[in-house]
Design a protein around this ligand. Structure first.
Ligand code: Q0Z
Length: 319
């Protein structure tokens, strides 16, 4: 399952190729999500982002080249930018990262993760919009009457959810989250930190033409019992990013990164149930360009700088 091998050229002309096991495959796989893997490095972890993409909860067989590197670069940027708000699990994007994972992986500290997802919403959309329309509230927070889809909220709200092993996370109110965490005071700090992280990032993104509609954090405790933000932070996979251009209240907004795939999928006849179809080349190329554009807008440097900094760039990319 987790051993992967690659073919390499043999120096002997009579032997066409031989299998060489790459270093990553030798690491114990601790967890795998739809698009990421978590490996054990004994006292640390290696978080690896693949190029896989999911739409409508189904993973497509076609990868988006560099998607994992863009998301890892964005996480790295936000960890650096927000370390004054809360400590984070990042140790290094280079030291301890195997060559074949450079650019797409981070070495991180092992944490004791809290059993709740820390969702912050600045705009009313997705499941929040659904819950608001049904009840006038989201995660037990009563919202003003008459809000329209995709509208900015008067202030960001903390709407925690449970971590479902399979299927969708379930919205819970703050009191239930505090129960699950077992410490109301700790949960209050988690809520306040989550809102501070969102507010900081949303302001930064907005100055660069991007709306951060909502996002999800995972926090944990380190060996000293200090609160630490872990997992990925403020990536397009953990957040909804919308282009400011074309933003309109009263309807669903196009996703900054996945909209080409969704638009193509909608016109393809796919019923949006697994298995997800192959993605055509022009849609792959457009989507890759959107990911790279997101990196460059938000971080404010060429994406190639990330590849260079992490030793991910190959000779053919050398400048
Ligand atoms: C994150 C996940 C992924 C699959 C566990 N620093 C940490 N310490 C302890 N546990 C975690 C972390 Cl980040 C942890 N996940 C989510 C990430 C692949 C699942 F890359 N699960």
């Amino acid at each position: 399952m987790r051993s992967w091998t690659v073919s390499t050229r043999s120096p002997e002309p009579l032997v066409a190729s031989r299998k060489v096991t790459v270093a990553l495959a030798d690491l114990p796989l601790l967890a795998s999500g739809k698009v990421r893997e978590l490996y054990d490095l004994s006292d640390r972890l290696l978080m690896v982002a693949s190029d896989r993409i999911s739409t409508y909860d189904a993973v497509h067989p076609t990868p988006i080249p560099d998607k994992g590197k863009v998301l890892t670069g964005l996480s790295d940027f936000w960890f650096e930018q927000t370390k004054g708000i809360v400590a984070n699990h990042l140790i290094s994007a280079t030291d301890g990262v195997p060559q074949e994972a450079r650019g797409r992986a981070l070495v991180v500290r092992k944490l004791k993760m809290l059993p709740v997802e820390c969702v912050v919403r600045g705009y009313i959309t997705g499941s929040g919009w659904k819950d608001y329309r049904a009840t006038g509230a989201v995660s037990g927070i009563e919202l003003p009457k008459g809000l329209r889809e995709s509208e900015q909220l008067p202030e960001p709200i903390f709407t925690p959810s449970t971590k479902a092993e399979v299927g969708h996370d379930e919205a819970i109110d703050f009191e239930r989250a505090a129960e699950l965490v077992g410490d109301r005071g700790l949960m209050e700090r988690v809520r306040d930190i989550s809102i501070d992280l969102y507010s900081f990032a949303a302001a930064h993104a907005r100055e660069r033409g991007v709306i951060l509609a909502d996002t999800k954090f995972e926090l944990g405790l380190d060996e000293d019992g200090e609160l630490v933000v872990g997992d990925e932070v403020l990536t397009p996979d953990s957040s909804r990013y919308w282009p400011v251009e074309g933003y309109e209240v009263g309807k669903g907004q196009p996703s900054f990164d996945k909209q080409y795939v969704r638009d193509w999928a909608s016109s393809s006849g796919w019923d949006k149930k697994p298995p997800a179809p192959e993605i055509p080349g022009d849609v792959v190329a457009g989507t890759r360009a959107r990911y790279v554009e997101a990196y460059e807008l938000i971080v404010g440097e060429p994406f190639d700088a990330w590849l260079q900094r992490t030793g991910a760039a190959t000779d053919s990319q050398a400048s």
